[in-house]
Structures are given as C-alpha cells and as structure tokens.
Design a protein around this ligand. Structure first.
Ligand code: SAH
Ligand code: SF4
Length: 448
C-alpha cells in the first residue's frame, strides 16, 4: 500500500515539473513515506530522519517531507521532535503534496496536514505515462502495477494501528477501478495487484451504502479487460473469505494461483483476544477448499509471535498449524505494542527474549518447509513473466509468485512471458532453464 502511495506522490510531483533523483544528498526534496505497523518500522524512520538532519545542515534549502502512517500518528509532535522537517502529511493528504510544498516555500514555515475525514474518497486518478528515470533500466512499473480498491479498515484487530492511521473502510467505486485498469492495460501493463487492507469485504463497508458489486464480481469484471495477463490481490481476511471468492480461482483464468491469507496465531484463545473472528479449524477448512479448486495454489501467511498472554501451549499450537498448513512462506513478526491499540493495555506481555526464541523456532521450521515446498517444483514447467534481463540471463516470477533465475543470453524483455523448466530449488527462489513452449503441467503434489 505504501509503495502505491509512493507512486502517487511521485506522479503528482512529476505532473508539476519535478524530476526523480534517487540521491538523498543532492535532492531538493526528500520524502519519507512511512509505516508504523510495528515498532521497528517506526524506529527506522526516526533514525533516517536523524541522518537527514546532517544533510540539511549542509544544504539548508533542502525540504524534508514525512508522509504516511508515522506522520498521521505523530502529527505536530513530529515537528517538535524533528524541527528540520518541513511537511508532515497524513495518509489522506498525499494528493496535496505539491500544494503543501508551495505553501512551505511561500511562508518559510513548516506545515502539518493530517486531517482525516469520513468523507474522504480516493480520487479517480488516471495513470499518466511519464518518462522513466534513467537509472531504472527496466522499471517494474512498466509491466506490473498496484491498484488500490479500498481505503482504511474497520476490523480493529486488537494489536493493529491501521484503523487509526488509515481511517474507516471505504471501497472505491467499481467504475473508477475498471477505468484505471483499462488505462493501464492500454499502456501495456500485464499484471495488476489489487490492494486493500481486507479486499474480501470490498463493497460491504458498514457506514456507507454497500456497493452493488462484491469482490468476486469485481474480479470477473477486471478479468474481462483486454490485454491483462495476470491478476493478484492482497490482503484477505479469513473471516470474509467466501465460497464465491474461492470459486473465482476455478473460473478466472488470469487469477494467479497465489493466496496471502494472514492467520496471526495457531491458538483459538489468542485469535479470540486478537479479535480476529475465526478459529483455526475454520481457517484450515477455507484453505482446504481453496486447494480443492486450485491444487497448485501457493499459500502464504502473516504470523504474530508473542502476543500478550501467549503461553508455551499457545505457541505449540502455532507450530502445529505451521505443520498442518505447510505455508509456502510466512511473514512472521514479534508482537510490539502500538500507540492507542487495545492490546497495548493487555496484561501478560511476553519478555523480549522469549519472543525472540519463539520467532527463531518458527522461522527455522518455516524455512525448512519453504525449501521442501520449493523442491516440489523441480522438473515442472512454469510460465514466467520476465522482470529483469541482462547479458547473463533473466529473472521472472511464476503465477505462484516464486522468483526464478535463468542463466544465459536471451532476447526476452521484461513484461514478456516464457516457459521454463525448474532445475533447482532454494529457500527463497528457484532456478530454471528456458523450455520450448509447451503445455503447462499442473503440479499435483504441492499440497500434500
Ligand atoms: N490488513 C492486513 C495486514 C495488516 S498489517 C491483514 O489484516 O492481514 C500487516 C501485518 O503486520 C499483520 O498481518 C500482522 O501480522 C502484523 N502486525 C500488525 N500489527 C502488529 C503488531 N502490533 N505487532 C506485530 N505485528 C503486527
Ligand atoms: Fe489491521 Fe486487522 Fe485491519 Fe488487517 S484487518 S489492517 S490486521 S485491523
């Protein structure tokens, strides 16, 4: 989501005559688009801002803008802590970046724009074709793009800051989404990833009139757009994963066999205290159903380790779930308190040392399972979308979103497709060799 917001910031500035410059020391304007989901993300922002103070001492005309969730959360407080910052800009204010900078230039004073409104709607924002910066030889955004389909979140998981930093859940109008994707497809974009905190509840927001289009219906409409080859989405909430959405994996050819379905814990007691509104059994039942329809679907998840009150027995249940689901990959994190969330006030906080030990155990086992899963691809044929190429070979992604490296000179260019045979599996990527076009073999053993 932040990557997409950064694209928008960059597009607004390019439209107003700015040029991209990847070098922090010589830039006139530096924007930090920030994340506050975990304590570590916020610490990174603060240390980068410390480094920027020195840049600004050398170059006093440089403007520094902090955008995104840290800006939303801290507002005025950020200026008190970091007086060298010029613009503090919240999550709903990114479309005003040029105006805010003009204001700083005109008044010589810093500005804070972090107002959030229930009436805010993501503007219809059609992508412009801008010349790509010279340093990016093959920018990924020339063949794959993110499209935001909803803003905010109403779920209030006990640990999560998102509802406070991104506001209420509101879905974009389907016509705007279709139009944006049609323009992208006309520009030659081959792959679209739809974005939202919980795309499964698209169209069903509680405080507005529900839209006459559900997420599965939206997927069908997008799939009819000429020129698209791949469609992905993230993120899904298990409580809203409907049978209708699962069927889309059988019905929509361009829907990639990949599903990111965050589970967060393997213990029902913890899930309940997290306010997740599903059980482990229900999660596994949904996953089984997905695999019945798409046996080759690669499943990934998010896991929080050391939520307040997590006992050894709860953690054992999380390890047990890992064995049962055999996720292709996990994004796993130590729980950290975030300002204003409910779990910050929960008792039974887990010592750092215990969280570190449990996380290491989880990640070690996940790495082994990822490798085992990846080995099952060896000797299969896979269709790759090429993402980068040079004189030594190329790199691309499978529909399951695995990275594959292929050695040897090639005429293939990013955004083009190739069939490769997988010849080696590592933990985080695969190796393949170019194969004459042929029927793709369905991989049957991946879910065993
Ligand atoms: N909307 C998505 C993702 C939200 S944030 C969803 O519901 O899945 C991405 C991930 O960050 C979450 O899935 C969760 O695993 C992690 N996360 C969020 N708050 C956290 C916290 N306080 N401590 C540790 N991890 C957290
Ligand atoms: Fe956060 Fe839960 Fe909303 Fe995801 S669904 S953004 S974890 S509150």
């Amino acid at each position: 989501m932040n990557e997409r917001d950064s694209e928008i910031l960059s597009q607004v500035l390019l439209d107003h005559g700015y040029h991209e410059n990847g070098d922090m020391d010589s830039a006139d304007l530096v924007i930090l688009n920030t994340c506050t989901i975990r304590a570590k993300a916020e610490q990174k922002v603060m240390s980068l801002l410390g480094a920027l103070r020195k840049c600004k001492e050398r170059k006093p005309d440089m403007k520094i803008c902090v955008a995104g969730c840290v800006a939303q959360q801290e507002g005025e407080r950020l200026l008190q802590r970091m007086p060298h910052v010029d613009v503090v800009m919240g999550t709903q204010n990114i479309y005003e970046i040029d105006y805010l900078i003009d204001k700083v230039n005109a008044t010589g004073k810093p500005v804070v724009a972090t107002d959030m409104s229930r009436d805010f709607r993501i503007p219809a924002f059609l992508p412009q074709a801008h010349p790509t910066p010279a340093k990016e030889k093959y920018p990924t955004r020339s063949f794959k793009r993110f499209v935001t389909i909803m803003q905010g979140c109403d779920n209030y998981c006990a640990y999560c800051v998102v509802p406070y930093t991104r506001g209420r859940e509101i879905s974009r109008n389907p016509e705007d989404i279709i139009e944006e994707i049609r323009v992208l497809a006309d520009q030659g974009i081959k792959e679209i990833t739809l974005l939202g905190q919980n795309v499964n509840s698209y169209g069903m927001q509680s405080q507005d009139t529900p839209l006459p289009c559900s997420f599965p219906q939206l997927l069908h409409r997008i799939a009819a757009i000429q020129g698209l080859r791949r469609l992905r989405f993230t993120t899904s909430h298990p409580k809203d994963l409907s049978d209708e959405l699962i069927s889309c994996f059988g019905d929509i050819k361009i829907l990639c066999p990949q599903f990111h379905l965050p589970v967060q814990s393997g213990s029902d007691a913890i899930l309940q205290r997290m306010n997740r509104k599903y059980t482990v059994a229900r999660y596994l039942e949904r996953v089984e159903k997905l695999w019945q329809i798409r046996p080759d679907l690669a499943l990934t998840t998010d896991m929080i380790i050391g939520f307040p009150g997590e006992t050894d027995a709860d953690f054992a249940l999380t390890m047990d779930l890992l064995e049962r689901a055999r996720f292709h990959g996990s994004f796993s994190f130590k729980y950290s308190d975030r300002p204003g969330v409910r779990s910050a006030g929960f008792s039974g906080k887990i010592p750092e040392k215990v969280k570190t030990e449990r996380l290491a155990l989880y990640q070690k086992r996940q790495d082994e399972i990822s490798l085992e899963r990846n080995r099952a691809y060896v000797d299969t044929l896979q269709e790759l979308m090429v993402e980068s190429a040079d004189d030594n070979g190329f790199q691309g992604r499978t529909g399951t979103n695995h990275i594959v490296h292929v050695e040897g000179r090639t005429e293939l260019r990013p955004g083009e497709f190739a069939v490769v045979k997988i010849i080696h599996a590592g933990q985080h990527s695969l190796k393949g060799k170019l194969h004459p076009q042929g029927e793709l073999r369905v991989i049957k053993n991946l879910f065993l």
